[in-house]
Design a protein around this ligand. Structure first.
Ligand SMILES: NS(=O)(=O)c1cc(-c2nc3ccccc3s2)cs1
Length: 299
């Protein structure tokens, strides 16, 4: 294949992703505009592990209208480049650019993202680091697409980006924060629940600035988890019996509703089923798509 340097002409830097810089680039072979993600491997000299290459190559098969197509994986001079379709902006910037997302838009976007999650989870692909920065918005089509599915499994989840930028913990599921290593698809539902609340309210649901602060921000609203609300929680590696004991809300939907006034009762009911401690009790993408909240979606 043509060397990545000649084939893709960088136009501008569009972001600093978890694994490396993201550029807007032009594919000199097709003339298309793409997003070029440079993946920095911590041991540059050792090259990219073949497991990562295989994992990533599998992701080229993942095709769904609400997932950013991975067009190409280019590996040269021990540098890995992921080439995606270009989409005009990410959800973080979109939310910053509008005074308020209207209720129909929030419903459409969440429905689209649940379809993407359902598709990936059925193919046993977990995102692990869902956040507004890796959800892209095509404004004209009013369509969202999730980027970076599966990268966390291939490259791991660092604490800092390669430029030592702090990785946001606001969307991280409690089982990951409590050190569970075999976490699974429910982690993405928790993240999407946090994004759902943020789209409705224009304010992050749990905005911690460290792992313990993130945990305690969740505990203050959802109560400190205990065996009766989350069987097995007390055996998780980072669970401490010395955690302060905040009370468990009797009606989580009402508790969440106190902060999220721009979500209808059905929306709050769905949100409360996504923000559930026990991963086994948390609603799945498949179940969420059947929730009455989506009944009046005309599509
Ligand atoms: N940060 S931003 O200005 O909203 C912006 C982000 C992007 C894109 N980021 C990604 C990430 C991954 C795949 C495609 C794109 S397209 C284009 S503009």
């Amino acid at each position: 294949f043509v060397q990545s340097e000649e084939r893709y002409q960088k136009l501008e830097k569009i972001g600093e992703g978890t694994y490396g810089l993201v550029y807007k680039a032009k594919d000199n072979q097709t003339g298309e505009i793409v997003a070029l993600k440079k993946i920095r491997m911590d041991h540059e000299d050792e090259g990219v592990p073949s497991t990562a290459i295989r994992e990533i190559s599998l992701l080229k098969e993942v095709q769904h209208p609400n997932i950013v197509p991975l067009k190409d994986v280019v590996y040269d001079e021990s540098r890995l480049y992921l080439i995606f379709d270009f989409v005009d902006l990410d959800l973080k910037k979109y939310m910053e650019s509008v005074p308020q997302l209207d209720r129909v838009q929030v419903k459409k976007f969440i429905h689209q993202m649940l379809q993407a999650l359902n598709y990936c989870h059925q193919n046993r692909v977990i995102h692990r680091d869902l956040k507004p920065q890796n959800i892209l918005v095509d404004i004209k089509q009013q369509n969202t697409q999730i980027a970076d599915f599966g990268l966390a499994r291939a490259f791991g989840l660092p604490l800092k980006t390669y430029t030592h930028e702090v990785i946001t913990l606001w969307y991280r599921a409690p089982e990951i924060l409590l050190g569970q290593r075999q976490y699974s698809t429910p982690v993405d539902i928790w993240s999407l629940g946090c994004i759902f609340a943020e789209m409705a309210q224009k304010r992050p649901l749990f905005c911690g600035d460290s792992e313990i602060d993130q945990l305690f921000k969740i505990f203050k609203i959802m109560g400190t988890p205990k065996e009766s609300t989350w069987p097995g929680v007390s055996t998780l590696p980072d669970f401490k019996s010395t955690f302060p004991r905040w009370p468990t809300p009797t009606n989580p939907a009402a508790t969440l509703g106190r902060d999220i006034t721009n979500l209808c009762p059905l929306g709050l009911d769905l949100l409360a089923k996504m923000i559930v401690y026990d991963p086994y009790a948390r609603i799945t993408a498949e179940e969420a798509l059947k929730h009455a909240y989506f009944d009046d979606l005309n599509n």
